[in-house]
Design a protein around this ligand. Sequence first.
Ligand code: MN
Length: 473
Amino acid sequence: MAVPTPFDAASMINRLLSVGMAGGRLTTQVSEAELLQLCQLTKDVFVSQSSLIEIDPPVIVCGDIHGQYADLLRVFDRNGFPPESNYIFLGDYVDRGRQNIETICLMFSYKVKYPENFFMLRGNHECPAINRVYGFFEECQRRYRSVRLWNAFQDAFNWMPLCGLIGGKILCMHGGLSPQLKEIDQLRSLPRPQDPPNPSMGIDLLWADPDQWVKGWQGNSRGVSFTFGQDVVVDACNKLDIDLVARAHQVVQDGYEFFANRRLVTIFSAPHYCGQFDNAAATMAVAEDLSCAFSVYRPMTKQVRLNAKSIVTYKPIMPPGADKSEEKSGGAISSMFKSIVGKNKPACKIEPTPLVSLPTPAPLPPPPPSTPTSPGNTPIPPSPTAAAAAGGGTNNRSVMGTVSMSQPIAQSPNRGAATPPGGARTPPPRVNSCYLPVNAGYTPGSPRKAVSEPVAPAPARNCNNNSVYLAPK
Ligand SMILES: [Mn+2]
């Protein structure tokens, strides 16, 4: 197939959205050569940006996706397809789910097309030792018969940023904190390209987990990195001058879960994970004043409402009936509807034991209390099988409203390494209402591109403490 030159990201996006429809077939719509080109271009964007993504709100923060393409589309459908809203994803795009290639390629295409408004952090599954084994490699082989393609993805993954910093106050990563992390500047100079060696700060950022039963640092039952206690989170917030740690990496029943008195939140955005959990998913909308609100996506039991625009916009290229192909997993929207009526099979099995081993587990830092986190020591399940148990769990769990991101294309300049570390920012005020007035108490630390209209103050409704981000201290 001829490779379009220059690369046409819009065309790629349209085709990827179309293969989501019944009858769409990825492999006939998108050639391997184009995907190789997409990987290269995405890598170039990663290379051009810092390993610490520093952005200003508003932005939607999303957790694990794991190849659940229909659910990714659901997130965009609710919050606005890029660039209508800014996004930062916390990693784990591939493995486990059944449409890894659609998922990662749609996201790469958005990254190429909207490099300053769409951000992707690296997850532990964006590492060759993991996605070689948990589904992505197999999918590249089955659908494109191409190891070269899989390798091209790894080249891009090795350049992905590991952390994000929103408004200088919300630190984002896939896994968690690291005992080596003493100041934000370290995150700006993480070595890339790299498949992070074990042990290293990179490994911790990708793999660590909070644990409410732990004090300080302990070995992680995943067999890699650590678990850390509330005390560690509080310390880190003070030391790094941040208000909140936003991370993913563990299935949490309601899609999000606070920890350490709301100084850490876990966000997981793959509902009905692997078809084997009944978890809801969530995304977190950070408003300009740094207030946060969660949007929850329940595993679907009844008909989903897709707005007319989505349906009209993404017409299938292939005629209906062409879906009796080898790509039985194709058809995001149709599988969405299948899942509504509960007919879809689980997307994958969750391996009880790891099939890969990373190098030796990280040695423990200063001797922690001795008992391991959980008795069932499963070495390196690279995904949240052991998850829900280890989450924060100290908070109530009622569902929040969705934040409406109605302002025009949001400006979210990647301020890069030139920005002075978090300085000159005042934390958002403590409030108990869902939404803060525009810009209340939040002073951007550096000039931002003008946002042409102010964020419409959201209606004061349904005020539930859980929906707000409360500045600690
Ligand atoms: Mn993970």
